[in-house]
Design a protein around this ligand. Sequence first.
Ligand code: NAD
Length: 433
Amino acid sequence: MNIGVIGTGYVGLVVGACFAESGNDVVCVDNNAEKIAKLKKGIIPIYEPGLPEIIERNAREERLTFSTDLDAAVKKSFIIFIAVGTPTSSTGAADLTAIREVAAGIGRAMDRYKVIVTKSTVPVGTTDQIREIIKKETKHHFDVVSNPEFLKQGAAVEDFMKPDRVVVGADQVHAGEILRDLYAPFVRTGRPVMLMDIRTAEMLKYAANAFLAARISFMNEIANLCEHVGANIELIRNGLASDERIGPAFLFAGVGFGGSCFPKDTLALIHTGREHEYPMKILEAVSDVNTNQSLRFIGKVRTHFGGKLSDKRIGVWGLAFKPRTNDMRDAPSLKIIESLLSDGATITAYDPEAMEEAKRVFGNRIQLATNNYACLEGADALLLVTEWQTFRNPNFDRMKSMMRQPVVFDGRNIYDPVQMRQLGFTYYGVGRI
Ligand code: NAD
């Protein structure tokens, strides 16, 4: 099958590579010429475990190509996935500029029947809009399908190759069946391809992200109350996780959720509610609790140092919004570091994969260390912001010997408070004394 994927970002690149891996001929298109030039040279612009190997193999065997030419890609492809970004606009709504631009371009390039698939996360009704935009540009027959993506950055290849389920929203049975066939190699272990109408598929994606975001904000709120009443959120988490009705995922208290999806999708769903005069009260609280969570963390640092950070040197471990990615979009580290900088603190940071991105974001406003220990040279405190595996079991004696003051603010509760205090650290976690 000839497939075009428009938008070669965290989603589009994985989708394109994985469809090529199952034998399809895939062209990945992006309007970022620099990105495409890099990919043509075999340079992968993102960190995603397992992805480079798949790209390299499929590019070498000529099933996967990269291009800036939307027109040619559309003409060549039978199925076209739209995987461009849908960032938050100033109103909180999803900004659909790129979606509309690409839809019009697809319409202009159509030369025969094709299936156009919305892979981006888009508000209910967007796929219908895409259909109208394309219709204005072409006389050729086509179908539109909604096929939201549920992969997690950091485990994207595995998630795509072995999805929990594939959601296909189609108003035409025939178009839905084309997608079912395309996904057949990925659901051989019996995972379902769920066919439904387009609007329900669009809504399902938001419901999934909003629900996961709600679990995190719920746990953060309980953790904050734990600090007031002297209870331990980690024991509560274990107790909740072992309840089969609740399960263990997304129950970790911390500095709040970030990334390119949860904050944006929560806001977009709140906005959709407003458009329909149905206030999404739970989600508004989810978003507020999340905003406050990193502020609360910064508050602990300020309080510890009596409100004066101008002469303090702070080491930060973890910049990506979560482990196993280099993505810093909406990462809690951004807000935390910006706030400490505005207080006059000197920041030295380290992340196993996001250093290039950090350089782009912060320039020379912060120092970037060559490893996690180098961050701690003369530091008055360590802030653990992203729970990379390599931070879990460090050499605490070495840390202590390098720091000016042995103070640890553990934003992800990865260290044991009792052990930390025994080792001589002043320790602050989230939701436990
Ligand atoms: P991204 O920013 O990494 O990638 C988007 C790409 O689209 C960029 O490379 C950009 O240059 C390109 N682009 C923008 N306008 C274009 C145009 N007019 N023509 C061609 N290319 C264009 O974004 P992403 O993280 O891959 O997310 C894409 C979509 O998938 C979003 O709607 C997002 O909500 C959704 N999604 C993301 C994830 C995730 O984990 N990142 C998971 C599921 C769904």
